[in-house]
Design a protein around this ligand. Sequence first.
Ligand code: G3H
Length: 493
Amino acid sequence: MSNIFEEIRTPTNPPVYKCLMNGEWVICESEKTLDVLSPVDGSIFGRTQAISQKEADNLIRSAYEAQPGWADTPAWKRSQILHQGARLVEENAQEMADVLVQEIGKPKKEAMAEVLRTVELIDYYAEQGVRMIGETVSAEAWPGYKKNKMALMERVPLGVVLAMPPFNYPINEGAPKIVAAIITGNTCVLKPASQGAISALHLAQALNAGGLPPGVLNVSTGKGSVMGDYLLTHPLIACINFTGGTETAEYITQVAGIKKLVFGLSGKDASIVCEDADLDLAASEIASGAFSYAGQRCTAIKRAIVEETVADTFVEKFRDHVTKKFILGDPRDEKYTLGPVISQEVAELVQDLIDDALGKGAQQICGNHSNGLYIEATVLDKVTADMRVAWEEPFGPVFPIIRVKDWKEAVELANRSQYGLQSSVFTQDIDKAFAISQRLEVGTVQINGKDSRGPDHFPFMGVKGSGLGMVQGAKYLLDEMTRIKSTVLNLRT
Ligand code: G3H
């Protein structure tokens, strides 16, 4: 059986990955490339194309020209093609997971889980997409009107969607952006993060080889400084669906002009542990929520706020879970559950946050040893509001515990953040859980469970600096990828 990925790269070592333009995998004219370094061992894992503005323009135009024909393709047919793409992801899951491990340092099991949940996601979105329905509104509800005037509201595609997934989930965050756009009749230009781009190119090829017509999915890679603004400001882009840092999103809002924007951004998710919580459950869930993929998840739990009466017991249980579950080492080897962070910059930020907190009196519970990008799971207790780690998002394996007198103080601290992605509450009192949930300024509250985006048909969105619009949840994202087109019937009856 031929390998569908041979087409996307050269047979060199390291391979040079091509771009997908109007249905063909091509090397850009300048032959300029970007090195993608593996955080696992620092080697060059591959090279991606540094496309020019002219090539970016060609690629957007090909998406723009393909869009009306694709929107006219029956939804069941679009769905069938995407299901075929899902099968190709499934058949090539091992290779795609191996790429993830090497390119972004995700531990082996988590990498495979990312690919497999993406297969389910594509299938689910492809099903949901054939069930888009419109609404009608009759004028009779308005004073002075009768039933003979009626607005018919259809959901129609936006046009060309620029999909920008993050480095940490290039496949599972790339897929909803591409698939939600495509199933609803848009065409898509994928611009993955520089790190993670190779994984995203594999996803694009699986979907493309499923039978997408030329131009429906195009992929551009390259330096943000050369063509970032060009893509963001291009008049033929109708929507930007971006997941990444809040600062980048703020920049996008300044330059993009009148385009629809959907953002999934940074977080500083707080877990509130009440004195009546099941402390074993809380410690176990919060440990997983904090340190999976070395804390490099927007929904990673990034602080525990614990009622002081149970804090000592919680900290002891938490340390046990963290040290048993998160073993630092080579992510290619299944026995290691904590791999490297993505870059030197992140490693330095994590160390700065640890040093700042310890210098101001925090207590080190475990960790604080590192070797290059490999950093032990570090837990800091008795963190106070004057410490940077209480507020800043590390995107790495350092975790603060903040002690408070009661849950009301916990809520106040949780809300005193520029972010509002998710929160979790641990209590055995459902009334209290609800009272807390209602006061938290976030997109989602988890009760007695860790923060998490999935399952992938659940709604997912942030408030404040954590996002704009519905980032996921099949139905909601499909709505975001369409607009209402209203036709008013004026009946002469
Ligand atoms: O990095 C942000 C992701 O949306 C987190 O997703 O909760 O599935 O790990 P997750």
